[in-house]
Write a protein that binds this ligand. Sequence first.
Ligand code: ATP
Ligand code: MG
Length: 342
Amino acid sequence: MTRYNISLIRGDGIGPEQAEAAKKILETISDKSSSTKFTISEVDAGDSALAKQGKALPESSVDTIKKSQACLKGPVGESAADVIIVLRRMFDLYANVRPAKSYPNIPSLSDKVDLVTVRENTEDVYLGWEFNADENTVVALRVTSERASRRIAEYAFKTATLRNSKRRVVAVHKANVLRKGDGLFAATCREVAKKYPKIQYSELYVDACSMNLIRNPEEFDVIVTTNLFGDILSDEAAQVVGGLGMGPAANIGDSFALFEPVHGAAFDIAGKNAANPSSILLSAKMMLEWLGDRHGDKDVIMEGKRIEDSIVGALKKGSKTKDIGGRLSTTEFTELVAKSMY
Ligand code: ATP
Ligand code: MG
């Protein structure tokens, strides 16, 4: 039997409702599985923590997260950057991984999409280095290093190998314009590709990629790209398969990882028991996969697969939340998923 310590950030808006859903599913696994148990530590972070404790990411929360083996996070509101950017830096979570997959009974551009965007998470324009060249001109610095390009490329090829699906990696860049920066990124990806002869490697300019994501989304397997392009392309990919409510994401480092829905706090539907919990439940599935790979534990990976299978089973029967054309509330959908897992 293996017990995992999970920190759970409740977040804002629909965050607490989604966190409750995730807790319910992880507790169901703890109850029913003989091999996998979870200890869940709930953590305050975000707007609510800022209001109560004067800090979006209080020290006590950081301590609890540091003691855990992985973190699952509900979306955070206004103070999102003060939470996620700090955590990404603190744990060097360099890979932002966002799968986009067609699920049954959800309107999608194609019913055969199964791709993942692997986005470099530490540099590019996100360092926030903007300067005034003169009163009317701003210069923004875009940072690209060989080290960061190499480790994200390595991560992408490992992902393609583990997924064992189409075995393709496409590096997306704009090296025809950003000759030095994206030139370095592309050259590094090309070099890493040589170590993985079983994976088909290609490159696309970001404009061509955004077009192909609409035209032939089912052709993609793993997309590896720089930070800003990855931000945009992964939102596009989420929409190609029917919207934000089904979109999980992972922020991965060498020794820690944080999992969260791709969407924001969705204040318009907060507190109404109307949120689709799938995005956080599929994030939990990714977390169990990561824990399994890391600890050589096949059982926890199987438990993660149960979560997704159970969601797919519900969708096939037409049991859906409102955002994807159904009538179920957050808690009704979660109960259904929990009940049909075992
Ligand atoms: P942020 O600035 O934090 O990214 P945003 O304004 O982009 O927030 P999101 O919260 O990301 O908005 O989501 C956009 C809209 O999509 C929401 O207002 C909500 O109506 C819908 N939405 C997002 N997530 C879900 C979900 N899990 N279930 C149902 N609807 C959702
Ligand atoms: Mg948004």
